[in-house]
Design a protein around this ligand. Structure first.
Ligand SMILES: [Zn+2]
Length: 466
């Protein structure tokens, strides 16, 4: 098993985070069960499983943060994704346990940090042994992505640390963990929307296809002689498609469904996903592809239908939650742990709509939330906000309780330090409970980050009043 690094290491910290303020034993139990499922799924997502050889010994999977696929031909190795920087040495060691042959081709499934930055030991070896440099295949949008990363490198570090490592996010800040200033650049580019590329090495044929899904530079590979699909991030096992991640740019839900249907036509025996364990057997490969196609079509089409009915986001979102079909809940290949149903609703809406989400002119150019909060505080006795929030909390309406508490917490005109302190303590308690009960990794980390911020504020208030 690979030694973990970077985000994976911080992920372990996150899962061991002690949220002790669960409201009661039932809440604790629910929290523990959900946490166990989340832990299991994310452990798979992070590649914490042994390397695997399959397809008559021809293919290998090295699990890492971004799976690495290897095809062993008579004339050398083809590598589909090379993992992240920080895991490059263990990946290389595992690779060399499988085969000593030179690496002839590297294919990037897309340009994310966890899929194409673990190349250094392979390139070092090639130079040391005087071998030819490999061909590196990518879609034409990948170099543009690298360019964007160079422009936004500190921002991405800041954002990713909050998304994946909330406990240490404030210490990491904008320090670079992986940088696109050093890259192994493609030598062969697939251009256009409908592009495909084919090459032969040794006794095998490699068919490369481009489709949009999580990104606009996605490639996937088909090895017909062994009936193996290499999906990249278009499939992660067993988590929901990562479309609508609250921290990231636009994804492509409709095209994602279409990509799944194109893969289904291949009738593969194996599917090597971008994250998670190998999918083996015709039935499971068909199931993981077809359920993903179905759910992405469903959410996209239901959102579009409601947009055509003149509905704004809030209404669409809550209606989509109400009509979520049973077959998408608790499906073995649609775990909400990383991507999730709720996020994809945002994704489909955002694909076609601007930022004026409510249609209420009040929201077009709103006042500062501080000023709004101050107005409420001058109208209503400030302690009433905490009293009412406690009642809502006791009645299980914790999201509503948060909205009320925020009026107090955002305001600069709260007179009683005790009232403010009580509001912060209740918010911290609620966020902690939400983190315990949340099945989605990104939402959970947002709650954890919020809990940490509340604890800091509580300490500041206490220090001030001492
Ligand atoms: Zn990935």
């Amino acid at each position: 098993m690979l030694k973990l690094y970077g985000y994976s290491l911080t992920f372990i910290l996150i899962l061991n985070f002690p949220n002790k303020k669960c409201k009661n034993i039932k809440s604790n139990l629910i929290g523990l069960m959900k946490m166990k499922k989340l832990e299991e799924d994310m452990s798979n997502w992070n590649g914490n499983f042994p390397p695997k050889t399959f397809a008559d010994g021809v293919c290998h999977l090295i699990g890492s943060l971004g799976n690495v696929g290897i095809v062993d031909t008579d004339e050398g190795l083809v590598i589909f994704d090379i993992g992240t920087k920080g895991q490059e040495r263990p990946i290389y060691r595992e690779l060399r346990k499988f085969s000593k042959k030179p690496v002839k081709y590297i294919i990037y499934s897309h340009g994310h940090f966890d899929h194409c930055f673990g190349y250094a030991p392979i390139i070092k070896e090639i130079k040391r042994k005087g071998w030819d440099m490999p061909e590196v295949i990518a879609h034409e949008n990948l170099p543009r992505r690298f360019e964007k990363y160079r422009m936004l490198d500190k921002y991405h570090s800041w954002l990713n640390s909050r998304q994946s490592a909330p406990q240490i996010a404030d210490q990491v800040g904008d320090r670079l963990i992986v940088s696109a200033h050093e890259t192994l650049d493609p030598t062969i580019l697939l251009r256009g929307n409908e592009s495909s590329y084919e090459f032969k090495l040794g006794q095998y044929t490699f068919e490369i296809y481009h489709d949009k899904g999580e990104t606009d530079d996605s490639l996937w590979m088909w090895l017909p002689e062994k009936k193996v699909l290499f999906s990249g991030e278009l499939v992660s096992n067993p988590t929901f498609p990562n479309a609508g991640n609250p921290n990231k740019v636009q994804r492509y839900p409709k095209q994602w469904a279409i990509a799944m249907e194109k893969m289904l036509e291949k009738k593969a025996d194996y599917l090597l996903p971008g994250h998670g364990q190998l999918v083996e057997g015709k039935d499971d490969v068909r199931e993981i592809l077809s359920i993903r196609a179905e759910v992405m079509h469903f959410i996209h089409d239901e959102v579009v239908k409601r947009m055509n009915e003149g509905k704004y986001f809030e209404q669409i979102y809550h209606e989509l939650l109400e009509i979520r079909p049973e077959k998408f809940k608790n499906h073995k290949f649609l775990s909400d742990s990383y991507g999730c149903y709720r996020f994809v609703i945002h994704c489909a809406y955002r694909l076609y709509h601007g930022w004026y989400n409510t249609g209420n002119p009040t929201d077009l150019f709103p006042a500062k939330s501080l000023d709004i909060a101050n107005e409420f505080i001058t109208l209503i006795d400030e302690s009433e906000f905490v009293n009412r929030a406690k009642k809502l909390y006791d009645g299980g309406k914790i999201q509503l309780a948060l909205h009320l508490l925020d009026v107090l917490i955002k305001s600069s005109k709260v007179k009683s330090e005790d009232t403010l302190l009580n509001a912060c303590i209740l918010k911290e308690n609620i966020l902690s409970q939400m983190a315990d009960e949340e099945i989605n990794y990104m939402a959970r980390n947002a709650y954890i980050y919020g809990t940490i911020q509340m604890r800091k504020k509580i300490e500041q208030i206490k220090a001030k009043s001492n």
